[in-house]
Ligand binder design. Structure first.
Ligand code: NAI
Length: 244
């Protein structure tokens, strides 16, 4: 029986690559989207081409009831959830002086509360199964901060505290909880940056390039696998040496 992995925000960017990489490694995959579009259709096709099952569930992770329903749909179809990847996230960058309260709240609601909503609804199934892997997407800016990102950095730092506390709560049930802190990864999220800004960033990275979605997905593959069974409560960087 295949393991079942649920990846939030998985029709583009890092989430999409995680879904495809896990599918290639024999996982049945649950992908999550907010609105039906071509990205969703293409992602589903690419996953099914790996000869595994794919369930697409619609929902906003900032909404607790949506998360409850999406997990129920997962259990109805597969009877279990082995791996949860809390990937979906947003940015609303602005210097604090000019940041609106709504923009602070919205980023916390999606990135941090969304991670809580999904995990809270998945954990009871994992506790019963005495097996689970929870992998949370944080960011290096959650560790070192970034001007213009007080909301985003606070949400990503919050995810680190959440990860470590939960890792301690559920370790005895054989549930591992880890966080990934990517640096600059080439996706739509960073695509908004100007070319010259991206070049400057690349120059400042010891490995002299931005990361790829595969760089992050390969770590998820490892953290989801049996090979990582003695690793919990950790924050692992995928950042080309940007933060040491
Ligand atoms: P992206 O913007 O390309 O994709 C994010 C996905 O999440 C999209 O499919 C979007 O529809 C979905 N999403 C957003 N809000 C949602 C909600 N409320 N409910 C359900 N889905 C929602 O972003 P990217 O670059 O792929 O990032 C993925 C994760 O990695 C995020 O958590 C991000 O903060 C984190 N990260 C990304 C870095 C980068 O350089 N790209 C660096 C550090 C962390």
């Amino acid at each position: 029986m295949n393991k079942v992995a649920f990846i939030t925000g998985s029709t583009r960017g890092i989430g999409k690559q995680i879904a495809i990489t896990l599918a290639k490694n024999g996982y049945d995959v649950v992908i999550n989207y907010r609105n039906e579009n071509e990205d969703l259709i293409n992602t589903k096709k690419e996953i099914e081409a790996q000869h595994v099952k794919c369930l697409a569930v619609q929902g906003d992770i900032a909404n607790f009831e949506d998360c409850e329903r999406m997990l129920k749909e997962t259990i109805d179809k597969f009877g279990k959830i082995d791996v949860l990847v809390n990937n979906a996230g947003i940015t609303k960058d602005m210097l604090l002086m000019r940041m609106k309260k709504e923009d602070f709240e919205q980023v916390i609601d999606v990135n941090l509360i969304g991670t809580f909503n999904m995990t809270k609804n998945a954990i009871s199934y994992m506790m019963k199964a005495r097996f689970g892997r929870i992998i949370n997407l944080s960011s290096v800016v959650g560790l070192v901060g970034n001007a213009g990102q007080t909301n985003y950095s606070a949400s990503k730092a919050g995810i680190i505290g959440f990860t470590k506390s939960l890792a301690k709560e559920v370790a005895s049930r054989n549930i591992l909880v880890n966080a990934i802190a990517p640096g600059f990864i080439e996706t739509d999220m960073t695509g908004v940056l100007k070319e010259d800004v991206k070049e400057e960033i690349a120059k400042s990275i010891p490995l002299k390039r931005m990361g790829t979605v595969e760089d992050v997905a390969n770590l998820v593959k490892f953290l989801a696998s049996e090979e990582s069974s003695y690793i919990t409560g950790q924050v692992i960087h995928v950042d080309g040496g940007m933060v040491m």
